[in-house]
Design a protein around this ligand. Structure first.
Ligand code: GLC
Length: 723
């Protein structure tokens, strides 16, 4: 939120003096060169352009000997020797692939995610990457959108906490390579609000929603020191982000005074033409530079037209200088001038290290969410029961890597089948039947699956999506189990053998039927290289699940967008009526309740937790004070477990209507059986405000409700007021 006084003014006098000195010696062509990013294999006359200083960055490139060779041309054969900066998508791991970021977010464990990001930086940096196009911090409340897989779910407060942690991890200062990595939060901004959940589609939201929901994770990333940001493909209220002066100048530079580099997304500048904003590529270059977009990813708009635009007076050279300063400063702060090359012997001892894979296992375990466990069907006791393992993701490696899996390799992945076999050893009776393909009407062996189910004491169904069904340009309008998977479930369920469901997906799916048919249900997501072991550890009780949803599971696509922090409206269904005919003329549907199948913050454990003794220690909170609330959380079950206690508030009356709940705190607790802890939250009053009528952040006096509990749908309730 905008506060007065200088922000992000991390001017490093020594570096800025060096930048000025270098800038003063640069020709216009060399300045433009710093604003050009290309992919080597799609760039003819690359060596010549490097020698002329007309390329500033390369991306999506991992061939280290060639990186060093290109760097040598830039540094030793060009006139000024300005090093290249190499950028890559390292979204949830480089070679050691962690669970997809949406899964990671279900850990609610910022320190753990910082460690995971640091592992990605260690591997990427050792392999010649200087710039990581992550974290993806787009808030998303629409699981039709394939890129929900890459983010941290629906809530800005959690999104801010995880954005800070990931930026700190990516930009860690003591990497083995001896150099730092620059993070690049993306996609700036509101890309996750695409209408109808269709990728690249129009975004038309209010400035207030932009400021309250979609901008905060970027501000948090900048507070953590992120050195760059990537503009998004979408328009916002008619102006595409890549040439949008409001978000690129007014917010970033004037309000936040953020000094980092703005990078376009892939050919986003050229896309201004089909958007209907630019008449041609030259116009796109003009609009983007004037709006404050520093570096052009691959569209060659700047390379082709920026010097002519300056010569014609259509773009002041001062804007080009401003952009070049930011790029040079970034390169200097990364140490690229002092250490432009990467030691090619380094990666062998770093990439794919066992301890990195161990961490990936821990993250996978903590990311999985136990959604149902009737009669304690789980954990399974290995060995004394015959298990029929069924489903198209049970003996699968490739899809467990998930979308944007960088240099991840299927051979590094442990499948669920292997994970379970490692628990059962040779004596365990485990049969495996695929049952049907993930999608399509290809050959299925549902009959064999039914026979296996009949012969077993319990069935473990491993179902869900292929990695190609989520991520960029992979939105889905039907969110049920793809292909013939539900048909498989129906046939296996008819045998009456108890069912355990394991869902491996890149998004929340619409699975009310499956949820009713299984006795236990685990959302395992696309869990990375150790997903199979993590699933087996949880199914056999070696790990106690602690994940909590960060994106609501809809009952049906018709409820979307669906999220916990919704407004109350003038006609809320107060009587708990869940359908129109129970409470006439209320904001409800005729055919479904308003509530999700599984809500934000929800996740079960193999133990149980009780909450009691809510204490609002500050019934009246001063504007400069803080809300202090505590409660007692007790492990009321028979085994140790982790619980994420959550704090929500509701501002009952404001000059702007407020959501029925907003997350304002969370804490992970580890409790032994019978152990209890006092969980205490301190929320500064300045975090209890909102964007007011004048679009400035404001904290208003008035009455609030507060909850402490296990998820967004339940908890101990109290009240307080802001004086
Ligand atoms: C892609 C994605 C972006 C990625 C970039 C470079 O289209 O939108 O997330 O960083 O291009 O690969």
């Amino acid at each position: 939120m905008v506060e007065d006084g200088p922000r992000y003014n991390d001017i490093d006098m020594e570096i800025d003096a060096r930048v000025e000195g270098l800038l003063a010696r640069m020709t216009l062509a060399e300045k433009v060169g710093q604003l050009v990013q290309i992919t080597p294999d799609m760039t003819p006359d690359l060596d010549a352009r490097l020698k002329d200083g007309r390329i500033g960055s390369i991306l999506s490139f991992h061939d280290l000997p060639r990186i060093n060779r290109y760097q040598q041309i830039a540094v030793e054969e060009s006139r000024l020797g300005i090093p290249l900066i190499v950028g890559n998508d390292v979204v949830h791991g480089y070679r050691t692939i962690f669970p997809i970021p949406l899964a990671e977010s279900c850990t609610w464990d910022p320190p753990l995610l910082e460690r995971a990001a640091r592992v990605a930086a260690e591997e990427a940096s050792a392999a010649g990457t200087h710039w990581i196009f992550a974290p993806m911090v787009d808030i998303c409340r629409d699981p039709r959108w394939g890129r929900i897989a890459e983010g941290a779910g629906e809530d800005p407060f959690l999104g801010m906490a995880l954005a800070r942690a990931r930026v700190r991890g990516f930009q860690a200062g003591d990497l083995a390579s001896g150099r730092r990595i620059a993070a690049c939060p993306k996609h700036y901004v509101a890309y996750g609000a695409a209408e109808a959940g269709r990728d690249y589609n129009t975004v038309d939201i209010s400035e207030r929603t932009l400021r309250e929901v979609y901008l905060p994770p970027f501000e948090a990333a900048f507070e953590a020191g992120a050195g760059s940001v990537m503009s998004s493909f979408n328009e916002i209220a008619g102006v595409p982000a890549t040439a949008n002066p409001f978000i690129l100048r007014t917010v970033l530079r004037e309000e936040w005074r953020w000094p980092g580099v703005t990078l376009s997304d892939y050919e986003a500048m050229r896309e201004l033409i089909p958007h209907g904003l630019a008449a041609d590529l030259k116009d796109a270059a003009r609009l983007s530079m004037r709006a404050g977009l520093d570096m052009d990813m691959v569209s060659d708009a700047y390379a082709g037209y920026l010097d002519a635009l300056v010569a014609e007076g259509a773009v002041p050279v001062s804007l080009v200088d401003e952009a070049v300063r930011r790029v040079l400063r970034l390169k200097m702060r990364l140490g690229l001038f002092e250490q432009p090359y990467t030691d090619e012997t380094l990666a062998a001892g770093i990439v794919g290290r066992d301890d990195f894979r161990d961490l990936a296992l821990r993250v996978a375990r903590e990311s999985m969410v136990l959604l149902k466990n009737e009669e304690e069907l789980l954990p399974l006791s290995p060995g004394d029961r015959s298990i029929a393992l069924i489903g198209p993701l049970a003996d699968n490696r490739q899809d467990l890597l998930g979308t944007w899996a960088a240099l991840g390799r299927p051979e590094d992945v442990e499948s669920v089948r292997e994970g379970m076999r490692s628990h059962l050893g040779d004596h365990g009776r485990l049969t495996y039947t695929r049952g049907c393909p993930i999608a399509g009407d290809g050959p299925a062996d549902i009959g064999a699956a039914v026979a296996a189910a009949r012969a077993a004491d319990v069935v473990v169904l491993v179902l869900g999506e292929s990695e190609a069904m989520s991520g960029e340009a992979h939105s889905r309008s039907h969110l049920g189990l793809p292909g013939r998977q539900q048909e498989l479930v129906d046939a296996v369920a008819a045998t009456g053998t108890p069912l355990v469901g394991v869902l491996m997906s890149g998004r929340p799916l619409v699975i009310p039927r499956l949820a009713a048919q299984v006795g236990a249900l685990l959302a395992a997501w696309h869990g990375g290289v150790r997903a199979g072991r993590a699933v087996a550890d949880i199914l056999f009780g070696a790990a106690n699940p602690s994940g909590k949803l960060t994106a609501s599971f809809p009952r049906t696509e018709g409820q979307i967008p669906i999220y916990y922090a919704h407004k109350n409206t003038g006609r809320p269904p107060e009587g708990g009526g869940t359908r129109q005919f129970e409470e006439a003329y209320k904001s409800t549907y005729l055919d479904e309740p308003n509530t999700p199948l599984f809500p934000f913050g929800y996740g079960r454990s193999y133990t149980t937790f009780g909450y009691r003794d809510l204490k609002v220690e500050t019934p009246t909170v001063g504007r400069d004070g803080a809300l202090v609330v505590s409660a007692v959380v007790r492990n009321t079950g028979a085994r140790r477990g982790d619980e994420v206690a959550q704090l929500y508030v509701r501002d009952l009356v404001g000059s702007i209507t407020r959501p029925v709940k907003e997350l304002k705190g969370f804490q992970r607790l580890t409790l032994q059986p019978g152990e209890e802890q006092v969980v205490r939250f301190e929320v500064p009053a300045r975090q209890l405000g909102f964007v007011g009528l004048d679009m400035r952040y404001v904290v208003e006096p008035g009455a609030f409700k507060v909850w402490v509990g296990p998820n967004s749908a339940e908890g101990l309730e109290g009240e307080f007021e802001i004086a």
